[in-house]
Design a binder for this molecule. Sequence first.
Ligand code: URA
Length: 237
Amino acid sequence: MLLEKILQSQGFGSRKKCQNLIQRGLVKVNGELCDQLKIQFDPQNLELQVGEQVCRYREQVYIALNKPQGYECSHQAQYHFSVFELFPEYLRERGIQTVGRLDQDTTGLILLTDDGKFLQALTHPKRHVDKEYWLATADPITPEQIQALEQGVELRNEKGIFQATQLQQTSEYELRMTIHQGVYHQVKRMLAAVGNKVIELHRHRVGQFALPEELKHGEWIYLTPEQVELATVRTKD
Ligand code: URA
């Protein structure tokens, strides 16, 4: 594959812009300067350096971000920062999208990808994947509230019943719970439906993939194919 095409596929701009980067001597391949056009490479496992930015060739990208508070999952964030500001331009240029959304004040695990098919499959309403949340409430959590969440609650303007599983109360005001759907503000609305209020919300796990402990707020990693598999494990009925 031509180097300029490889660079273009990785988000470094139009073919013309990539040719220009090469001719200006700004591109290294596997650590060696490459300022000639028309050179072909096998892109697999190629390490690219463009100016100061180093990246490995990836056909598609699958990313896990530990989302900080105050970031919206939209490109044109209105009142807060955008999660896309946390990524280098070449990844934004590849058109990465979040898999679903977290509220601006929710922290924790969010997946991003530029694989449209993967995104569609995972966000399909019929595809149920576990999502584990850790939350803090304004009022003490009662056994009745736990029971009601387990049994399922109705949410205004939504069809069906919304149940939580794997409930674990970790203190008077703290709860861990897993949900399977992903409707707007689901966790906050479920807690409101049982008479409480979420004041802190953190997503810990998607499918069987838990947020790696070492990933600080605002940090992200590329997922390995095994981690992608884990994150897409469907909910068991
Ligand atoms: N449920 C919510 O209420 N907010 C989120 O960000 C995610 C799930």
